[in-house]
Design a protein around this ligand. Structure first.
Ligand SMILES: NC(=O)c1ccc[n+]([C@@H]2O[C@H](COP(=O)([O-])OP(=O)(O)OC[C@H]3O[C@@H](n4cnc5c(N)ncnc54)[C@H](OP(=O)(O)O)[C@@H]3O)[C@@H](O)[C@H]2O)c1
Length: 254
């Protein structure tokens, strides 16, 4: 296993939820972590909480110039190296198939899939030097079919396909590509679930608890543990690891 200490890590969407938990996990173990998001206030507050091993870069992953600035900033902060890209930033779009808005559908594919692909391309020359790793964040939506979630589930299906193809493509450069597939995790909620209010989003998340074999939803730290494992496990690539409290089992309460 590689050591986290001394790594240079990018976490997209590090200003909230799973991304913020991941930044904290790596920084607490001695990595130099660069987080990005669009909302500067949220970003700076997480960076201040994580401490001096974390830098905040206001960047929208759907914008090419922002992605380039993010990678440059991570190289500066991380001692001219990049070891890990955690491609976590993502949005939610739900809706009945007859009512989907094409622009919103393209936008969710842009933020959840295309941006991570483009950022991976920019990171490869640097990850090649460190024999580094990419960790994508998928979702249990590829295993459990929630009506109305086709747009989001389709983006996460694409992430799983990407993980396998890029692992094959980048193996010769000694870059590993893996994916963590979380169950329901307690996070900011509203933007992710597409519900009208924070309360409605939280109610929806908590209503999923009995669907998990372990009877509860997860925490960002529990996802960060798996991300860190995949960042460090030197003979693991192309893996899609469910960290879901048993949601993917399809537990049936007869
Ligand atoms: N929580 C769950 O139950 C769960 C389950 C399965 C998978 N996931 C996946 O885990 C990842 C994180 O989810 P979360 O629940 O932690 O969500 P969250 O709390 O809503 O955080 C999303 C993060 O992504 C950032 N972001 C979104 N679009 C961005 C963009 N275009 N450019 C830069 N940053 C952007 C947000 O910051 P700004 O809005 O300020 O840009 C925020 O920091 C997502 O990929 C999600 O699909 C979550």
């Amino acid at each position: 296993m590689k050591a986290i200490e001394g790594m240079s890590v990018i976490v997209t969407g590090g200003s909230s939820g799973i991304g913020a938990g991941t930044a904290l996990y790596f920084a607490n173990r001695g990595a130099r972590v660069t987080i990005c998001g669009r909302d500067l206030a949220k970003l700076e507050s997480v960076a201040a909480e994580v401490g001096s091993y974390c830098q905040a870069v206001q960047a929208d992953v759907t914008i090419d110039a922002d992605r380039r600035r993010l990678v440059d900033a991570a190289l500066d902060f991380g001692g001219a190296r990049l070891d890990v890209l955690v491609s976590n930033a993502g949005d939610m779009y739900r809706g009945a198939i007859e009512e989907l808005d094409e622009k919103r559908l393209l936008d969710v594919f842009h933020s959840n899939v295309v941006s991570g692909m483009m950022l991976t391309g920019l990171s490869v020359p640097h990850l090649e030097k460190t024999h580094g790793a990419i960790v994508f964040i998928g979702s249990m939506h590829t295993q459990r079919a929630f009506p109305g979630s086709a747009p989001y589930a389709a983006t996460k299906g694409a992430i799983e396909a990407l993980t396998r193809v890029l692992a094959a493509e980048l193996g010769r450069k000694k870059i590993r590509v893996n994916c963590v597939r979380p169950g329901a995790v307690f996070t900011d909620g509203k933007p992710r679930t597409g519900h009208a209010t924070d309360t409605a989003a939280m109610e929806r998340l908590h209503s999923l608890a009995p669907e998990h074999a372990l009877g509860r939803i997860g925490t960002p730290e529990e996802i960060a543990e798996a991300i860190a494992h995949l960042a460090c496990a030197e003979w693991t690539t192309g893996s899609i690891v469910s960290v879901d409290g048993g949601l993917g089992l399809g537990v049936t309460h007869a």
